[in-house]
Design a protein around this ligand. Structure first.
Ligand code: CDP
Length: 228
């Protein structure tokens, strides 16, 4: 039997990474957050003074950049460690400049082609919970279970605002909300792999649910549909 693949998609701050990691832990399989790859490319473009509007240059960068995701190497609250050409960018990819520029970078077809190829290699031959925007629709269309997490934009902005505060960053709720709306708009309307639920995805509205409730429901779906 081929190893189980579980796809979790959804908009920003819908709970994908928290739920994905907890589910992977319960199932004892690899957790992989594809968002970090788009963020690493965006970070590298900014770091190397490559104009993010320069699609050809950013695509060349995405094709060449060596992105590695390993177990957490520092005990500072990180879920994992992200290396870009050997540099630890785990926190740098969460900075505001990356937040602002990552959605435009993610619209580039060549960037997506390069990263999707790597994501498929990560998933090949092993059990995985993979999270992102296009996992069920593009990266792993044959996934054994597809979950699409959603929540109102106000609730998602509240979660992101709280997360920023927990990391000691002063954040303005209205600004977080505006940025979230902008990213939703770009992610959902792009030509290549727009954010949407796959036809065969189970859609979970998490607006009023706790993390624990969502993880329980996700695990129940796995047990019912994939591996009892
Ligand atoms: O954590 P958050 O939901 O804010 O974002 P993320 O999952 O780290 O993804 C950052 C950005 O990368 C998204 O807004 C998308 O523009 C892009 N992305 C994508 O296009 N496809 C994916 N599979 C994952 C992320």
């Amino acid at each position: 039997m081929r190893p189980v693949a579980i796809a979790i998609d959804g908009p920003a701050a819908s709970g994908k990474s928290t739920v994905g990691q907890a589910l992977a832990e319960r199932l004892g399989c690899l957790y992989f957050d594809t968002g970090v790859m788009y963020r690493a490319v965006t970070w590298a473009a900014l770091d190397r003074s490559i104009a993010v509007e320069d699609e050809a240059a950013v695509t060349t960068l995405a094709e060449a950049l060596d992105i590695e995701v390993t177990e957490a190497t520092v005990d500072d609250g990180r879920q994992y460690t992200v290396l870009a050409d050997g540099v630890d960018v785990t926190w740098a990819i969460r900075k505001r400049a990356v937040d602002v520029n990552v959605s435009p970078v993610s619209t580039y077809a060549g960037v997506r082609r390069a990263l999707v190829a790597q994501q498929r290699r990560v998933a090949a031959g092993r059990a995985v919970v993979m999270v992102g925007r296009d996992i069920g629709t593009v990266v792993l269309p044959d996934a054994d279970l597809k979950i699409y997490l959603d929540a109102t934009v106000e609730e998602r902005a509240r979660r992101r605002w709280r997360q920023l505060r927990e990391r000691g960053k002063a954040a303005d709720w209205q600004e977080v909300l505006d940025m979230m709306r902008r990213r939703d708009r770009i992610d959902s309307s792009r030509d290549v792999a727009p954010l949407r639920a796959a036809e065969d995805a189970v859609v979970l509205d998490t607006t009023t649910l706790s993390v624990e409730e969502v993880v329980d429901e996700a695990e129940r779906l796995v047990r019912a549909r994939v591996c009892p």
